[in-house]
Design a protein around this ligand. Sequence first.
Ligand SMILES: NC(=O)c1ccc[n+]([C@@H]2O[C@H](COP(=O)([O-])OP(=O)(O)OC[C@H]3O[C@@H](n4cnc5c(N)ncnc54)[C@H](O)[C@@H]3O)[C@@H](O)[C@H]2O)c1
Length: 328
Amino acid sequence: MQVLVTGGAGYIGSHTVKALRAKGHDVWIYDNLVYGHKQAVPQDRLLVGNLAEIDRLDHFFVTHSIDAVIHFAAYASVGESVHNPSKYYLNNVHDTLGLLELLRKHHIHRVVFSSSCAVYGIPPKTPITEDMPKNPINPYGRTKLMIEQALDDYAQAYEWGYASLRYFNAAGASRDGEIGEDHRNEGHLIPLAILAAMGQKPPLQIFGTDYPTPDGTCIRDYIHVEDLALAHVMALEKIEAGTHLNLNLGMGKGYSVREVITTVEAVSGRQVPCVEAARRIGDPAELVADPTQAMQILGWQPRYTDLAEIIQTAWKWHSTHPHGFASQ
Ligand SMILES: NC(=O)c1ccc[n+]([C@@H]2O[C@H](COP(=O)([O-])OP(=O)(O)OC[C@H]3O[C@@H](n4cnc5c(N)ncnc54)[C@H](O)[C@@H]3O)[C@@H](O)[C@H]2O)c1
């Protein structure tokens, strides 16, 4: 298939581009490199541009016969979305709707969308199943839910096939060590713990030690980025006109912040300097996916089922790329 991957130079996008190419798909990447890295993708396949540049994208669709789009391009910081919601609604909703309009115009009816467990807000229980209430508690989560709903409406009305994939916490790096996680303003626990252990970042802040969990810290579901990438390839190959999929992608197992820290220490052989801090507003105690539907419908199975294995790949990437892609 000829596939356009928006945001394909970002963390999850670049791993998905690699997985798509390994399966023989013909891939183009559209990314403005605001957060992505040109070194993360084959440069002869990278178009540097913004979603808002409708004419440019329009020209691309006129000159390329694209079968499907995987849409990663978005802003993805929960905290920032609270302080600057306009940035999120414009990019994640307005400019995404512009993309959907172009897909309609060019009769491209197959879409895989990066959604998030943030659409659930604070779930009534865990593990979380897809039918649980969607009550996002921040602008970021609301932007994801809005696009899920728009896609569902477009799919009903225009006979599209789509898969909205609700990721839990993406983690790790490619097993071959070629690409990994390099977010500007990193906010994810595993890279922050590793970079703190390497002395590249300040001591790790543990937000909340009084949650109703066995060790008092938050529990999250970490899913290896290559497992996420594989699920995108499988979803892409599964969808056809009339396919409506909303699927959780997680390992189905939760680890606490303290478990992540001790695992980083065991894998790296270094101490993770930490400071305890107050809870952050809106951080649920526990978020763990029930990924059964993705397994049954896509035939997908996470290959990384152990936190240490995930962290080993992240450690390999960070220890060989202490300054991320700038180390290359
Ligand atoms: N990382 C996670 O754990 C996680 C969890 C749930 C959902 N998601 C979603 O997955 C997607 C990818 O996340 P990521 O961690 O790879 O983030 P990322 O920031 O590494 O990747 C996003 C990419 O999109 C590009 N981009 C953003 N706005 C753009 C625009 N207007 N035009 C062109 N390119 C644009 C950025 O430059 C970047 O390369 C996002 O939609 C995010 O909301 C991520």
